[in-house]
Design a protein around this ligand. Structure first.
Ligand SMILES: *[C@@H]1O[C@H](CO)[C@@H](O)[C@H](O)[C@H]1NC(C)=O
Length: 255
């Protein structure tokens, strides 16, 4: 997408409605509990493995949160973290011709020897910047929640590895980056070219686009945890009452 289209899409907040087809994910899904030393399972029986194997940068730190917020649904992957004081990269093997969901889990808590208010960083996946000058602490404070999950749908790159790079801000003294959990889930190609809402003569090519999930609502139904999602994509769906709109939808944001 070129700059103009991107800006336009951002301004419109691109409230395109994409019906989700029910199709099976058959790829090698991966859940990394960053900073953990042992494989583990969460209460949803999802298996999380340590991140070390996929880390291409030596000498990173790991930490354990000193406080467990009561709102955490699970201690895994939130109570352990990988800490970066310099740029660091993960390399995760994927099928290059597939679209992937990337979920980043952040728990901006107290980690020994670190002041979470110093944490400012950027995150890039396949050289696409997903987060920039990001403070998980400020974002969580604004959302009044203890942890946060960011979910992206990354277009196929034809490379057999997904690279995720964390870079501490060079504008903030003592800045560090951190991550608690990373999930990579192969997903079917759900997207196609779509007409921009309110601009019938303009289209956006969603097939080659990288998207961020904004809201995923189960219309007229209750919240659905990832373990009960159709098609094995482990997506979390929320009841639509606070948003009332139309049927079975997902809102995405182009960037
Ligand atoms: C980074 O974000 C902080 C907090 O929102 C802001 O005060 C600061 O100016 C930002 N820095 C840059 C370089 O954008």
């Amino acid at each position: 997408m070129n700059e103009k289209t991107r800006t336009l899409c951002s301004l419109l907040c691109f409230f395109s409605v994409i019906l989700v087809s029910i199709s099976q994910s058959n790829g090698q899904d991966l859940a990394l509990a960053c900073g953990a030393s042992e494989p583990s399972s969460d209460p949803d029986k999802k298996k999380w493995e340590p991140d070390t194997k996929f880390l291409k940068t030596p000498n990173t730190d790991h930490a354990t949160a000193t406080y467990q917020d009561p709102s955490l649904l699970s201690t895994i992957p939130y109570m352990t973290a990988r800490i970066f004081t310099a740029p660091a990269t993960y390399e995760i093997p994927v099928k290059g011709d597939k679209r992937h969901l990337l979920r980043l889990h952040f728990y901006p808590s107290e980690y020994t020897g670190l002041n979470i208010d110093d944490s400012y960083f950027s995150v890039a996946a396949n050289d696409i910047t997903l987060l920039s000058n990001f403070s998980a602490a400020i974002t969580c404070q604004a959302l009044t929640q203890a942890y946060l999950v960011r979910e992206y749908s990354l277009a196929p790159t034809l490379k057999d590895a997904l690279t995720i790079t964390f870079t501490p801000s060079d504008k903030h003294p003592k800045a560090f980056a951190f991550i608690n959990g990373i999930e990579v889930v192969e997903m079917p190609e759900l997207f196609d070219t779509a007409v921009l809402v309110g601009f019938t003569d303009q289209t956006a090519d969603a097939k080659s686009a990288n998207l961020q999930t904004m809201f995923r609502l189960n219309v007229g139904g209750q919240d659905i945890p990832g373990s009960q999602d159709s098609g094995g994509l482990t997506r979390t769906w929320y009841n639509d009452a606070p948003y009332i709109f139309s049927a079975g939808l997902v809102f995405f944001f182009f960037f």
